[in-house]
Write a protein that binds this ligand. Structure first.
Ligand SMILES: Cc1ncc(COP(=O)(O)O)c(C=O)c1O
Length: 570
């Protein structure tokens, strides 16, 4: 076995690491090794997650002290290959259809190299010259797609350093946090002697405006980054009010109105400030889009900030066919979109856009050594300090793939979603549980005989039938948890799992499998294979559950296999 070589620390050697070698041979040699390593990783057949166990992995990484002496790059690259690449999750596999993290086009790897090589820091123009302009251009493109304010507006503002159409941030969580920070500042803006919440703090802000608390409203499908934000913004996680959803996992507009009316009534504890109403354009679990048009009207009537979390689905606005889903988004005050989701960029980059180019002034900061007050630095408007040049990835890919290309990718994602639904429905042992709007399908394994029985009980509507439905659903929940674990062990494919209260069995919570179908390399044959595996393993597990089902259901129902295998008497 190759023994890694330790090098005696030597400044001459270390200095050489910081410059391109005179002869590019070394760089090219390592580059080739690296490309081979990446290529091998993509070609590897077999498991999605590698067979290594988590305790085994922890032994691979159990050196408790920082390495003292330097090692050869070649040796460390070898270690990366053997210990890390080998045990990484193949999220780009067409059989991996469980999460929003998926395949990326190969040119993204080259863009990452440029980003690393240039090492621009977007916080200030002194460390990010052309790249600051690239960022503003990208933000303007996305702003225009969402708000479409016309040529003159964008010509005036695209490179206007006095304002900001939005921020490029590290992910969707930071994007939502930034939007809600602005919403909070607007809700408690400077007023006479009151210098604004950011200076005075929450307690004084509430006192000044005569409120006892401040809340955010979002549907039950809201992403957990909203509660995290409420925590960080000092609003409190309990003050994120979840509104029920309809059977399509879209916010229940009537219930939203009712809740607002309730909140606006002054009660014993005082008045409540609604800091923001949040619409979701592509919920994390089901890809559903809220009725943004109605929500925009409600937000206007309520005089509150309307934020749209379009981290998942927002990029679909690129394509005319999907625009109707987002009707009303142009009236939002802020919108968040992730590039590492439907723009097929590698981890990670989010963007937050503000309809009003002056809104980010609410959180503007300056300092003496960078982001000086009258500078042109983008860092004046961001929560984050140092930021990488990540915007190069969507900027370049919007050129390389183009609106038309993204249109084709979304069409393929739609086709895969429809195909999977059809294959599951045709199989007979599955139940699909949502009408996918943006490439996410939820479903569960449920043997045909059970499905039929549930339907019969549903028609019957008696109390006894309702009780039986609940019991059998609990049983099938257990079956799907077990199936999901078995599929993880099988590891030839991957779907995720969640629990929903918004299916046809509402309000009972149903365990569902969740497929996210955005990998353009996933085809119908692969989907057939995935369903066949789930059906095979599901039926095997069903054997354990079957006797309980027949016991639970009814004495008149008999296990057909028991009838067949019963001894024939007389
Ligand atoms: C709707 C929605 N909002 C926000 C986020 C948070 O994004 P990130 O994981 O990039 O922080 C997600 C992530 O899945 C999401 O689906």
């Amino acid at each position: 076995m190759h023994q890694p070589k330790e090098i005696i620390s030597n400044l001459e050697y270390l200095r050489k690491l910081f410059i391109m070698p005179d002869s590019p041979d070394k760089f090219i040699e390592f580059g080739n090794d690296l490309l081979e390593m990446i290529h091998d990783f993509f070609q590897q057949k077999g498991g999605i997650h590698s067979a290594i166990t988590l305790p085994e992995l922890s032994h691979l990484f159990d050196q408790t002290a920082v390495p003292a002496s330097p090692r050869l790059i070649k040796d460390v690259l070898g270690e990366i290959k053997g210990k890390i690449v080998k045990h990484s999750v193949k999220v780009g596999s067409p059989y991996y259809i469980g999460h929003m993290t998926s395949a990326i086009p190969y040119f993204m790897i080259l863009l990452e190299m440029i980003i690393a090589a240039l090492n621009q820091n977007q916080v200030k123009i002194e460390s990010a010259k052309a790249s600051s302009f690239v960022e503003r251009e990208l933000v303007a493109w996305l702003h225009r797609l969402v708000f479409n304010k016309g040529d003159k507006y964008y010509e005036k503002n695209i490179q206007n350093h006095r304002v900001a159409l939005g921020n490029v941030v590290s992910d969707g969580t930071l994007a939502n946090l930034t939007a809600l920070l602005v919403a909070r500042e607007k809700a408690f803006a400077p007023d006479g002697d009151f210098p604004g919440l950011r200076m005075a703090g929450m307690a004084r802000a509430l006192r000044h405006y005569g409120y006892s608390k401040a809340v955010i409203l979002v549907s039950k499908r809201g992403h957990y980054s909203i509660t995290k934000s409420a925590n960080l913004l000092g609003l409190g996680e309990d003050n994120v009010i979840s509104i029920a959803v309809d059977s399509n996992n879209r916010i229940d507009i009537k219930k939203l109105r009712k809740k607002i009316e309730e909140l606006q009534k002054k009660n014993r504890r005082g008045r409540t400030k609604i800091v923001s109403i949040i619409g979701i354009a592509g919920t994390t679990e089901t890809g559903s889009v809220d009725n943004l048009y109605e929500m925009a009207n409600i937000a206007r009537e309520t005089d509150t900030h309307f934020h749209v979390d379009a981290c998942w689905g927002g990029s679909a606005i690129l394509v005319d066919e999907y625009r109707h889903l987002f009707k009303g988004i142009e009236q939002a005050d802020s919108v968040t979109i992730d590039a590492h989701k439907l723009l097929y960029c590698p981890m990670s980059m989010g963007v937050v856009l503000f309809q009003d180019e002056k809104d980010l002034r609410y959180i503007r900061h300056s300092s003496q050594y960078v982001i000086r007050r009258n500078s042109v630095d983008t860092g004046r408007f961001t929560i984050e300090g140092s930021r990488p040049f990540s915007c190069l990835k969507p900027w370049a890919s919007l050129k390389i793939i183009g609106k038309e290309g993204y249109g084709l990718l979304f069409k393929q994602a739609q086709k895969s979603t429809d195909n999977l639904k059809m294959i599951l429905d045709n199989c007979g042992n599955f139940e699909t549980l949502n009408n996918p709007q943006l490439f996410i399908l939820i479903y569960r394994f449920i043997p045909g005989v059970v499905k039929k029985q549930l339907m019969a009980w549903k028609k019957d509507r008696s109390k006894d039938s309702e009780r039986k439905i609940r019991k059998v659903n609990n049983l099938i929940n257990g079956l799907n948890i077990k199936l999901h674990k078995a599929l993880r062990r099988d590891d030839t494919s991957f779907v995720s799992r969640t629990t929903m209260e918004s299916t046809t069995y509402r309000p009972q919570k149903i365990v569902v499998l969740r497929a996210v179908l955005i990998n353009p390399l996933t085809n119908s044959q692969i989907l057939e294979e995935i369903v066949a595996t789930q059906n095979r393993i599901g039926l095997k597990i069903w054997k354990e559950f079957k006797p309980v089902f027949y016991r639970l259901s009814d004495s008149s129902l008999q296990d057909p296999e028991m009838i067949v295998s019963a001894p024939v008497s007389a």
